[in-house]
Design a protein around this ligand. Structure first.
Ligand code: GDP
Length: 304
């Protein structure tokens, strides 16, 4: 077993819930709102274990329980068949049969839209990138597409409060959404942000998933947790993309891996299955290729 996977496995096991967690008042399973549903793959419950509980009690295998509750098991993969080599390093994401061509060859800015109904109507799958101001959104977009000017487009005055569509490889979109949580924003500005983007999330049928960026160099922030919970409550699929994971030598406070663990602890209360998450750094390139692979499997499944 590769050391990195062993480390990953050990880190992940710390997220395993206790054997019989009490029912939570707010408990929901994230599902892909279009064609992708987490429960479309065979979950252990759908296996003979329900019947088995009446006769001979067959406990779910440790790996299947781990896979089901902690890992993101994509469509086409049986949790029973997951091995640690299938888990993308620095993430809880299992790579399945739908992963494929993932590299970005070309990207072009298509348009900025003020409302969801003004967005491109060509039915291509898209991933929205969302996060607090200064989380590293522009840096991540630049790192993904390996072009500096792309995210600059959305930083131009006037475009920051718009939904910006970038067409990748002429087949799918990266969507840059306005950042939230400006330190000095007034309450009115905050409300505007939420009504503006809510319309997009709730009405955009081609949205495959939201990449919710979380700064791993700081402790969990209430506004990020609120945003994640709002997306979850509205059944909007999301992937947590932890940014700035290179800042391992924090002079004060906790290290990124500790902040990530704290964030997961807080999030876990609301999910039966943990949403996919991945560690990234725009400085070192950590997680870039893995994130692109993850997007490819979501996209290819959505596309079929
Ligand atoms: P945005 O406001 O979310 O678009 O954030 P930016 O991409 O402009 O980044 C905000 C600040 O964080 C800048 O000073 C970046 O240099 C820094 N930053 C962004 N990504 C990383 C990263 O992965 N590692 C480190 N160490 N700094 C980063």
């Amino acid at each position: 077993m590769l050391l990195r996977n062993r480390l990953l496995f050990r880190n992940l096991t710390s997220f395993l819930p206790s054997p019989s967690p009490p029912p939570k008042s707010v408990s929901f399973i994230l599902s892909f709102n279009k064609t992708i549903t987490y429960s479309t793959h065979k979950l252990p419950e759908s296996k003979p274990q329900v019947a088995a509980s009446r006769a001979t009690k067959q406990p779910m295998s440790e790996m299947a329980r781990f896979a089901k509750t902690v890992l993101f098991v994509p469509p086409g993969v049986d949790p029973e068949d997951v091995t640690d080599e299938m888990v993308l390093p620095g993430s809880n994401i299992v790579l399945g049969p739908y992963s494929g061509h993932s590299q970005i060859k070309e990207v072009e800015f298509v348009k900025s839209s003020g409302r969801a109904k003004d967005c491109p109507k060509d039915n291509r799958p898209e991933f929205a990138i969302l996060g607090r101001s200064n989380v590293g959104k522009s840096s991540l977009i630049n790192a993904l597409v390996r072009k500096k000017e792309v995210a600059l487009t959305s930083k131009k005055p006037g475009k920051t409060q718009l939904i910006n569509h970038f067409l990748v490889n002429k087949s799918w979109y990266i969507v840059d959404l306005p950042g939230y949580g400006f330190a000095k924003a007034s309450d009115t500005a905050r409300t505007d942000w939420s009504s503006f983007t809510k319309g997009y999330f709730l009405n955009r049928e081609t949205l495959v998933a939201v990449l919710l960026l979380i700064d791993a160099s700081v402790p969990p922030q209430r506004i990020d947790l609120d945003c994640a919970n709002w997306l979850g409550r509205n059944n909007i699929p999301m992937t947590f993309v932890f940014t700035k994971c290179d800042k391992m030598k924090a002079s004060k406070g906790k290290r990124p891996d500790e902040n990530i663990r704290d964030f997961q602890e807080l999030i876990r209360e609301n999910y039966k299955q943990h949403p996919p998450w991945i560690m990234t750094s725009s400085v070192t390139g950590l997680g870039r290729d893995e994130l692109l692979l993850h997007l490819s499997q979501l996209r290819n499944y959505w596309d079929q």
